[in-house]
Design a protein around this ligand. Sequence first.
Ligand code: MF3
Ligand code: CO
Ligand code: CO
Length: 278
Amino acid sequence: MDGMTQYQTITDSSTVLRDGTIKLHGPEGFAGMRAAGKLAAEILDALAPHVVPGVTTAALDDIVREMSIAGGGVPATLGYRGYTHSCCISINHVVCHGIPGDKTLKDGDIVNIDVTPLVDGWHGDSSRMYLVGDVPLKARRLVEVTYECLMLGIAAVRPGARLGDIGAAIQRHAEANRYGVVREFCGHGVGRLFHDAPEVVHAARAGTGPELRPGMFMTIEPMINLGKAPVKLLEDGWTAVTRDRSLSAQFEHSIGITETGCEIFTQSATGMHKPPYV
Ligand code: MF3
Ligand code: CO
Ligand code: CO
């Protein structure tokens, strides 16, 4: 299959199409993603004190929209394929794409907030978990291990490695903890396009898939379930939940492959990368 993979070098003047090619970016792309990623991290940092019992998810969405605009961007999710909100907020057994609304957070919830500010044409896609009040140990462990899964996936990224090495690292750690790795949603190429090739699956065999090359931009965003892996979609067409209603956690970074490893564009400058955010 790897013989079929097409790579395309992108410059400032390139027309960027969703044509299945893996884009290879230069310094201007890294600069663009650095700015978008920085804003994503700042938004996720700023949300922390607001993620408390009684707050509505719509109020959190308002903060994301206002901060995206104040920071010189727009939420890429606004109007994306009919989605009308500035972020996704996924509570407890919601795996991803939870829609902000009247719902209030309650003590003991675990919550993912996923933001994608679009800044000067570049997408900074990142999500984190937040703990609401007193969270039981089992749920906190899921959150901790899911963060470790993301970072182990990122640690597998360097030129010459294969795409499957990322999913292999994630799957090994999740399953060693007897958690389920969600298969229905993946990470993705990112950059001028929100969702581009390749699909970054979070369960895979090491040594398989396209070769990782300098200049590739992608997200890694494992969704890990306390119970079984399968998910189902609710009637709203967006909200994905665990079939067995077990808790689910997710962290996401946007990264760029360098000559020696990778750069995390969405890293928090304040060290607020995982809960508890104190
Ligand atoms: N940010 C999500 C991702 O990680 C995508 C959300 S698309 C939306 O890829 F339309 F649901 F907001
Ligand atoms: Co995202
Ligand atoms: Co993403």
